[in-house]
Design a protein around this ligand. Structure first.
Ligand code: ADP
Length: 245
C-alpha cells in the first residue's frame, strides 16, 4: 500500500481519514459472557477491531508453576489469519508473544493475585478483526472477561492509543493512522484509581506531548470505562435483583 501524506490523514479542517475529529474515539461496544464454557468472557468492538477474550480459572496450578502466596496470571494474544488485510501467517509470531507480555503487564496490577494462592488464571485473546490498537482493545476485553470470571480485582483496566499526525495529537488511532502517522502511544489505566498500567511508545513525542497525550487518554478512558461497567451491570444486575426478590 502506498504511503498516505499527513494532509491526507488530517485535513486543514481537522478531519481524519475516517471522518473523526482529533479528540474523537471510535465506537466502542462490550458484550459480557458471550461464551458458556469459559469461566469469563467478553467480546469487544473498538472501531473495526473485533476481539474475543476468554478466561479459564482460577484453577490449581501445576506444582512446578505454582506460587504459595499468589496466583499466576497467563495471557495469550493471538491474531486470526483472516483478521488483517494482508493474510497473517498462522504461525505464532514474536509480535504476538511480545503483545501477550505487554497485555499481561497492563492487567496484572489490577488483579488481586494474593487472594488466590497456588492457582493459575489463563486469559486467551483472539483478534478476529484488526484495525490498529488491538493491544488496547485486548486489554479492554480481557479486564472485563476477568471480572466476568469473578476474579478479585482492584479495578478494571481500560486502554486507548494516542497517535500524532501532522504534528497534532489524535486519539484512538486506526491502522492507517498507525502505519502512516508520526507516533503510536498506547496507554492503559485503572480509571477508578487513576493509575497507569501500560505506556508504550513507537515514534517520537516530546515531554509536553507525552503529558497532553496522557490527559487526552484519561478523558476517553473514562468514557470507555463507563461502557465496560455498564456491560457488566447488564449481565449481573438482573441476578442481584432476583436474589433479593
Ligand atoms: P496494535 O494492534 O496494538 O496497534 P501494532 O502496532 O503491532 O499493534 O499493529 C498495528 C496494526 O497493524 C494492527 O492492529 C493490525 O491492524 C496490523 N497488523 C499487525 N500485525 C499484522 C500482520 N501480521 N499482518 C497484517 N497486519 C498486521
Amino acid at each position: 500500500m502506498s504511503k498516505l501524506s499527513q494532509e491526507e490523514l488530517l485535513t486543514d479542517d481537522g478531519i481524519r481519514n475516517d471522518g473523526r475529529r482529533v479528540d474523537e474515539a471510535r465506537p466502542f461496544e462490550v458484550e459480557v459472557g458471550v461464551l458458556t464454557q469459559a469461566n469469563g468472557s467478553a467480546l469487544v468492538r473498538q472501531g473495526k477491531n473485533v476481539i474475543l477474550a476468554g478466561v479459564m480459572g482460577p484453577y490449581e496450578a501445576e506444582r512446578h508453576s505454582q506460587y504459595l502466596d499468589r496466583a499466576v496470571l497467563k495471557v495469550r494474544y493471538h491474531m486470526q489469519p483472516y483478521s488483517t488485510n494482508d493474510r497473517k501467517s498462522p504461525t505464532y509470531s514474536r509480535r504476538e508473544m511480545e503483545l501477550s507480555r505487554a497485555i499481561r503487564e497492563a492487567l496484572e496490577p489490577a488483579v488481586i493475585l494474593t487472594d488466590l494462592p497456588r492457582t493459575e488464571i489463563d486469559v486467551f485473546i483472539e483478534v478476529l478483526q484488526a484495525d490498529g490498537g488491538t493491544r488496547c482493545a485486548s486489554v479492554n476485553a480481557a479486564s472485563v472477561a476477568l471480572a466476568d470470571a469473578g476474579i478479585p480485582m482492584k479495578d478494571l483496566v481500560t486502554a486507548v492509543a494516542i497517535g500524532k499526525i501532522r504534528d497534532t495529537l489524535v486519539i484512538d488511532i486506526n491502522d492507517l493512522e498507525d502505519e502512516n502517522g508520526q507516533a503510536d502511544f498506547p496507554i492503559a489505566m485503572m480509571p477508578n484509581k487513576d493509575k497507569i498500567t501500560l505506556l508504550q511508545m513507537n515514534g517520537l513525542l516530546d515531554e509536553a506531548e507525552i503529558k497532553k497525550s496522557i490527559d487526552m487518554a484519561r478523558g476517553v478512558i473514562g468514557s470507555l470505562y463507563t461502557i465496560q461497567v455498564n456491560a457488566l451491570k447488564k449481565k449481573y444486575t438482573p441476578l442481584a435483583v432476583s436474589k433479593e426478590g
